[in-house]
Ligand binder design. Structure first.
Ligand code: ATP
Length: 342
């Protein structure tokens, strides 16, 4: 549905070149929620603005439903943009217009008949739960309500794609939850493809199907959210995951482990979905003569599935540990040796 190939965006400021996006290739599939995560300055806003050509890439191509945006004239580009809604961190509402008029604005722009506007805006305000606020002005609304108006306005043009530029960053955690629920509902009910950018891993974990991690203008890692969470490849991805569950063991515990005589290995074991993990410990003990000790455990919901992570200290002979690890791998568990202690 959205295909970016080798997209680069260079800004020139005070004769200095800033490469905000470097050689990014992405494919967003129809109907999915695709998240782009990165720290401030990573290039996320620039990249998402390349998707609807608010920024023209310096190099590379952007295709929407197979159409290369570089080949479109202004009128065609405007028409394509109507099918790509966008919402922003600071809502971008018209402060002098009521909620109703804000949502009606894109419909008036294309000369929709008044009766149709009445009906449509009413429906949209129902969807976002703000029917009773239609006569209010933005200044009379909370941040969450403002974002709901912005979402209703974006939906007015019946977009196929919704781009969300840090849509929840200005909101408190509870309001963030409710806006994420709304985005999920819109995605599921109306099959709208959503691309969002965020610096919060929580947003990715709650609603995204796939994720791209950006650093210094580049996409350094991308894949299914569950895969990226269970097998992160890049240090930056691990850092983001740590903001949700901190797997760092206390220094004092690590020191104690290192002081012990027995050769020990620390394993990070992750499992996806409902997995009966208990029998494996008995198996490790009896079959492989190992002594496993669970030091850390966490099970968390990642969109529609669960991810479990354990950090286990295994004591035993190196050959037994290796055999035990091979056994664990046959149990659909992802195993990683964290470090050797002892
Ligand atoms: N119009 C512009 N002119 C010059 N440089 C720009 C422009 N827009 C962005 N940049 C630069 O490009 C880089 C990436 O910025 P961008 O806003 O895309 O990152 P970001 O990941 O969205 O960060 P943030 O979350 O802080 O907005 C930064 O170094 C920024 O200063």
């Amino acid at each position: 549905m959205i295909r970016l190939e080798n997209v680069t965006k260079v800004f020139v400021q005070d004769k200095q070149k800033v490469e905000a996006v470097k050689n990014v290739s992405l494919h967003v599939r129809k109907g999915e929620i695709f998240g782009i995560i990165g720290f401030s300055g990573a290039g996320k806003s620039t990249l998402i603005r390349c998707i609807n050509y608010l920024e023209r890439p310096t190099e590379g191509t952007v295709r929407i439903n197979g159409v290369d945006l570089a080949g479109l004239n202004e009128a065609q580009l405007r028409e394509t943009r109507r099918k790509i809604g966008m919402i922003f961190q600071n809502f971008n509402l018209l402060s002098s217009a009521t909620v109703f008029d804000n949502v009606a604005a894109p419909l008036r722009l294309v000369r929709t008949p008044v009766s149709e506007i009445e009906k449509k805006v009413g429906e949209l305000l129902e969807i976002v739960g703000l029917k009773e606020k239609e006569s209010a002005y933005p200044s009379q609304l909370s941040g969450g309500q403002k974002q709901r108006v912005a979402i209703a306005r974006a939906l007015a043009s019946e977009p196929e794609i919704l781009l969300c530029d840090e849509a929840t960053s200005a909101l408190d955690p509870q309001t963030t939850e409710s806006i994420l629920e709304l985005l999920l509902e819109i995605n599921r009910k109306y099959r709208i493809t959503i691309v969002l950018i965020t610096h919060e891993m929580h947003v990715i974990k709650k609603i995204c199907d796939r994720v791209a991690v950006m650093e210094n203008g580049e996409v350094v890692e991308q894949g299914n959210v569950i895969d990226v969470f269970s097998k992160p490849k890049q240090p930056i991805t691990r850092n983001f995951i740590k903001t949700i569950f901190d797997e760092n063991l206390p220094e004092s515990l690590l020191k104690k482990i290192n002081e012990q005589d027995n050769p020990a290995t620390l394993l990070r074991i992750s499992f996806v979905g409902e997995h009966a993990a208990e029998p494996i410990w008995a198996e490790l003990a009896t079959r492989f003569k190992l002594r496993p000790n669970i030091l850390y455990g966490n099970i968390t919901q990642i969109k529609d599935t669960t991810l479990g992570i354990l950090i286990v200290r295994v004591v035993g002979e190196p050959s037994d540990i290796e055999a035990g690890m091979n056994y664990l791998k046959t149990q659909e568990l992802q195993i990683e040796v964290m470090n050797h202690a002892g």
